[in-house]
Design a protein around this ligand. Structure first.
Ligand code: DAH
Length: 342
């Protein structure tokens, strides 16, 4: 800025006062106050501008020039101060060790995952491996190769969600049996956990998406007794030594003979309660000996090999184990619910 000497006494005084004020500034707010005092709309500078007209005509031009000079000088000086304090406060913010630390929340496992892990552990210990298959399936794997020909009632449109592409959302994990047998020669020992889909309206016991675990064991001389042994071991792994299992005759197109199996109710130990609807038993799912028709689809010789298969509903087991009475809770993702299982 071009230097000029100030001739008017009141302007000299103004400059002196300003530098005095400036030297007392210790923080941003004080700098703001000084700025306001001199440069504010009703500040000292603007009141001096109003005094121009009181000057004699010969002085006016010089007074105005000097005042303008002082105005820009003060502006520059005060802005430097403001910037300086802004920078200091930024630095202070960065290293403010008094700030409380950020809270990190530890995640927790979803109850379905907890049960899935327990199921896998149980079957790993019996020599099973985990296999997976696609959630979008073809009619062939979901139905046909499982011995459900075209007009079979299980294909009812009520249950199956078909896709425009011609595929469908698998209604059970059984198609993984076919996919595994297509790729492997016996001995086969797999479980296949995964999501399945049905056209169901959600209520306390139904969800359009839920988890199943499929099981399949094929070898020479595999019998129904092996199936019962495996299921009993599994029940004990999950619910303790006193767990019991029960098989009831049933029908599935892909097993012959077929059964449904139940676990003794762990809540009332078989005495009868609201969870087991006073029967003492909890229905788990279906099982049976692999139907020779199914073997034909995958090229296994039914004269040489036999096998058993079983399914299970994971939510069912989780509901019993954790005493949960509404399946929808698993899918609402309410943290207050989910965190209880960590
Ligand atoms: N896929 C059947 C269902 O979703 C369950 C099932 C029954 C699986 C019998 C099996 C079986 O492997 O042998 O209801």
């Amino acid at each position: 800025m071009e230097k000029i000497s100030i001739t008017f006494v009141e302007l000299k005084e103004l400059v002196n006062n300003f530098f005095q004020d400036k030297s007392g500034i210790t923080n941003f707010n004080e700098a703001e106050k000084v700025r306001f005092k001199y440069l504010g709309r009703k500040g000292l500078i603007s009141s001096l501008f109003k005094k121009i007209k009181e000057k004699s005509p010969s002085e006016r031009a010089l007074f105005g020039k000097e005042l303008n000079f002082i105005k820009s000088l003060i502006k520059q000086e005060i802005e430097e101060k403001l910037v300086e304090f802004e920078k200091i406060s930024e630095k202070e913010e960065k290293i403010d060790i008094t700030l409380p630390g950020r809270k990190f929340f530890l995640g927790s496992k979803h109850p379905i995952n907890i049960i899935l892990e327990e199921i896998k552990d149980a079957f790993y210990s019996m020599g099973f491996e985990v296999a997976t298959g696609p959630e979008i399936e073809t009619d062939y794997y979901n139905f046909e190769a499982l011995n459900m020909p075209e007009n079979h009632p299980s294909r009812d449109l009520q249950d199956t969600l078909y896709l425009d592409s011609g595929g469908l959302l698998r209604t059970h994990t059984s198609p993984v049996q076919i996919r595994v047998m297509e790729k492997m020669k016996p001995p086969v020992r797999i479980i296949a956990p995964g999501r399945v889909f049905r056209k169901d309206t959600p209520d306390a016991t139904h969800s359009p998406v839920f988890y199943q675990v499929e099981g399949l064991c094929v070898d020479r001389d595999v019998s129904m007794a092996d199936l019962k042994g495996v299921i009993l071991s599994f029940a004990r792994h999950l619910f303790g030594r006193s767990a019991k299992v029960r098989f009831r005759p049933s029908f599935f197109p892909f097993t012959e003979p077929s059964a449904e199996y139940d676990f003794s109710c762990i809540l009332c130990r078989g005495k009868g309660c609201s969870v087991c609807k006073n029967t003492g038993w909890i229905e788990i799912s279906g099982a049976g000996m692999v139907d020779p028709e199914v073997f034909k689809f995958v090229g296994y010789d039914p004269e040489v090999f036999t096998g058993f298969a079983f399914g299970m509903g994971v939510e069912r087991i989780a509901m019993v184990k954790f005493e949960i009475d509404d399946i929808r809770l698993f899918y609402e993702n309410d943290l207050r619910f989910i965190k209880q299982f960590s």
